[in-house]
Design a protein around this ligand. Structure first.
Ligand SMILES: CC(C)(COP(=O)(O)OP(=O)(O)OC[C@H]1O[C@@H](n2cnc3c(N)ncnc32)[C@H](O)[C@@H]1OP(=O)(O)O)[C@@H](O)C(=O)NCCC(=O)NCCS
Length: 144
């Protein structure tokens, strides 16, 4: 992710998440040594999708992943997630954790395809609308 991508990413956040990251918070991630965000862009440099993560010791959390509606079902989210793993492994990350709305079938299917499995549930974690989160996890140890 580069500074030029931040406006488009904030717009996708606002359009698709009930607790969106604003531009200032996303910009701060560029200076955060624990953060790694990747953007997928087209030939003109326009943002088609992104994934954001933060790491602590050997654990990483995926904060968000989103692909613009017109660019979905082309493998972009899968490519972003796989690229993130490829970049986290050399940093010593052993495990990735994320939360997903219990009703978000496309995202759950994506994470299952990538080898994530459910390790817990957070009751009423989300608002607008209120909903449980599934906690999913993937070990990277077998990937290195
Ligand atoms: C979830 C999301 C990121 C998927 O992005 P995408 O680029 O369309 O996903 P991909 O094309 O890489 O799909 C990879 C796999 O995910 C699963 N998948 C993706 N969209 C799906 C859908 N609508 N229905 C069922 N499975 C789906 C499939 O297993 C797919 O593999 P396949 O194409 O071999 O069947 C996208 O729908 C999105 O941005 N949603 C809104 C934001 C969101 O909910 N983010 C997740 C928050 S936790």
């Amino acid at each position: 992710m580069r500074p030029a991508h931040i406006g488009a990413i904030a717009a996708l956040e606002a359009a698709h998440f009930s607790a969106p990251w604003d531009e200032a918070s996303i910009r701060a991630e560029l200076e955060n040594p624990l953060a790694l965000w990747l953007a997928a862009v087209d030939e003109s440099g326009a943002v088609l999708g992104y994934v954001g993560s933060q790491s602590c010791f050997e654990d990483a959390d995926i904060l968000n992943v989103c692909v613009a509606p017109e660019a979905r079902r082309r493998g972009l989210a899968e490519a972003l997630m796989r690229e993130l793993e490829t970049r986290l492994i050399p940093k010593g990350i052993e495990k990735i954790t994320l939360e997903v709305r219990a009703s978000n079938e496309p995202a759950i299917r994506l994470y299952e395809k990538l080898g994530y499995s459910q390790v817990g549930t957070r009751k009423n974690y989300y608002e607008k609308p209120r909903e449980d989160a599934l906690i999913l996890q993937k070990s990277l140890l077998s990937e290195s």
